[in-house]
Design a protein around this ligand. Structure first.
Ligand SMILES: Cc1cc2nc3c(=O)[nH]c(=O)nc-3n(C[C@H](O)[C@H](O)[C@H](O)COP(=O)(O)O)c2cc1C
Length: 338
């Protein structure tokens, strides 16, 4: 058997040495609340590069201070952020891994000082602050924030950008009919609910020549919300706009009971890959190399995103190679122990 998990794959100008992706995970480690990279970030991400992860995604990184999930989030709203991010990129590149950044705005789920914003003035939970409905001017400013963030991502040397359209954060708040009750050009129909994402993608592309992924929540887990079938149109429109891969997650739009099991979101990656003919990433409780291999061999997804398993084992690719009978090259300093 040749293991597909260790076959290279190319997206535009980026070739990954394997299909193993570190899923974005907030570290809440900007203790100075300034959004800047700390030694924790450099240690944490570089360790996974030493562990031979092909593509490492930096956590949700806020394009504006009000878009932070917490005050300790990483940020990319200021040119001062570029230096720290560039040093992180250089460390990961030194280990021959690729590195991406997830550009994010939390919308009504932001836990920050000052006002919070959403598509419509509906709080996530009854006991939470009521967000302000974004004016069209504020929407345009947010699109511009993403554009500037894309420019800074380029200046920092990242290989790929992922736009965070999932987990009930700002973009998801516009995409889902559960929250978007607008009657202007940003709501009312599916096409209009997509407009903010369309504008963000176009803005990002004006500053960015490399691959772009979008993370979505393919299921709202609510009868009045969206399920994966509703996301087929969105996936087709993203493909038309030149998006390279859809990273298929779910939930987070409204409080809901989810019953997760190994690979519970793979069906979304498979469905959108088949129906929209676009590359997809599978994520969610994938922990075993054989399971990852099954997903790839059966063409259910193109990349495997791992989150918590890579917290437990930063050297997971080494274990996977061993289980799948593949030889991978360790950093030369580790040759005697590999
Ligand atoms: C500590 C932690 C932080 C996370 N932060 C993010 C994030 O910044 N952006 C994102 O899209 N998902 C985030 N997630 C979700 C993961 O990327 C992933 O989708 C989820 O954990 C399911 O994958 P797993 O079962 O392999 O952990 C986070 C998950 C964890 C455990």
């Amino acid at each position: 058997m040749t293991a597909k998990l260790f076959e290279p794959i190319t997206f535009q100008n980026m070739t990954l040495k394997n299909r193993i992706v570190m899923s974005p995970m907030c570290m809440y480690s900007c203790n100075a609340q300034d959004g800047k990279v700390t030694t924790w970030h450099t240690t944490h991400y570089t360790t996974r590069a030493v562990g031979q992860v092909g593509l490492i995604f930096v956590e949700a990184t806020a394009v504006t201070p009000q878009g932070r999930i917490s005050m300790e989030d990483l940020g990319i709203w200021n040119d001062d952020h570029v230096e720290g991010l560039a040093s992180l990129v250089a460390l990961v590149h030194e280990q021959n891994s690729k590195i991406g950044i997830q550009l994010a705005h939390a919308g009504r789920k932001a836990i920050v000082e000052g006002p919070i914003y959403s598509s419509s003035p509906i709080p996530f939970k009854d006991d939470m602050e009521v967000p302000k409905e974004m004016t069209v001017k504020q929407i345009k400013e947010t699109v511009e924030d993403f554009r500037q963030a894309a420019r800074r991502s380029r200046e920092a040397g990242f290989d790929v950008i992922e736009i965070h359209g999932a987990h009930g954060y700002l973009i998801n708040q516009f995409l889902s009919p559960l929250i978007n009750k607008r009657t202007d050009e940003y709501g009312g129909t599916k096409e209009k609910r997509f407009n903010i994402l369309r504008e963000i993608i176009t803005a990002v592309k004006s500053e960015w020549n490399g691959p772009i992924f979008v993370r979505i929540s393919a299921n709202d887990y609510n009868a009045a919300g969206y399920s994966v079938d509703d996301y087929i149109d969105y996936a087709c429109w993203m493909k038309e706009l030149g998006i390279d891969l859809i990273d298929c997650s779910s939930g987070g739009v409204v409080p809901a009971k989810i019953n997760p099991y190994p690979g519970y979101q793979v069906q979304y990656a498979e469905k959108l890959r088949t129906e929209a003919l676009i590359a997809t990433g599978a994520v969610g409780m994938i922990t075993s190399p054989m399971h990852a291999e099954e997903i790839l061999q059966n063409e259910r997804a193109d990349l495997i995103f791992l989150a918590r398993e890579l917290l437990r084992d930063p050297y997971w690719p080494r274990r996977a190679a061993h289980e799948l009978n593949v030889e991978i090259t360790p950093p030369k300093q580790y040759e005697r122990g590999w």
